[in-house]
Design a protein. Sequence first.
Length: 365
Amino acid sequence: MDLEITATPRETLVWAPTAEAAHELRVRLADDGYLVRDADPWELQQLGLVTDGDHLEFDPARILDVTIGPDANASLHALVDDGHTLLWHRWQTQRARKVWGVPVALPHRGGPRAGGTDTAPHFGATVRSRNGLGLKLSRDTYATINKRSSMDRWTREDNPELWDRLDHIYEDAEHRILTDEWCEAQRIDALANYDLNMAHFASLDPGEFEVALQEAVSSQADMVEVTDLSQWDGVPGLYVMVLDEFRQVYVGATNESIGIAKRIRQHWTGQKQFDRLIWGSVETSILSINSFRALDTTRIFAMKTTSSFDEEHPLLQRFPAKFTLNRIIGGRDAARFAGILGMRGVMRTRETPDTTEIVDEEVST
């Protein structure tokens, strides 16, 4: 297996092609007594090695930190001895022939990279697939199992009752690795929810969707259709991502430090964490905008404003809920309401078609 490498004075990161491959490597090294830590993007960001608009390439689920010095030497030698090949990651600007005494090769010219290389022109730029997900949403890659928990680190002392209640879904004492049984049940639920959402999308009328879209967009005098996303780099404001195939929109807001262009690219290159695919219940969970891929977005509308977070929720409310992908109410008050009412106080859910009725209709026709 080809494994990509980045190295800094404080860490050595090993990038596996998939989260599953990284999990197997992590377990193998840990079981044999090698030091492996969770990967964090902070060091690469401080050194300016993370490409602008490409930060979500950093997927901790498929990256291992084997530290530095003798510990890194031992871990890397173990990987090479197991038949793996070490290649420099494209973010690594200083490439030596070895790292911690272990040979590292240059990337294969023109060869495939971990994570996939599908490309296409889109809104004035070239978009690339990530982690083998392709450039359009697919059921085949939607619920790929990832055993790593996406929750922030916590300990039993933080909430003993909750910790004990959840203990059975983890296979390690630190509550970082989910059990195979939980992951398989999550995959079944996620795919069932995916099918319910697809049935919902199919039930929507394209004409009604277009009328609702135009009415909402025209309610904002300064909102325009975007053809070249690069013109919105560093621009604060509101944006509407339109997914015509699904008769859905996503309404978002961003500040100047991120900008509309970068925020939209983050949606395209992101991947909703496996353990967060279900938002609420199987029957009512809305598919995350980060589960869709770049080419699913067919139109974009945007408006420059410095009060975008104040205006996000009113704009979202102008769309009938059945046409929206937003999972929370949006706006500056969302975090405050969540703190007072809990996440259920800001959660938005989907009224999906009854699958039994769908089957009965298909049989009858």
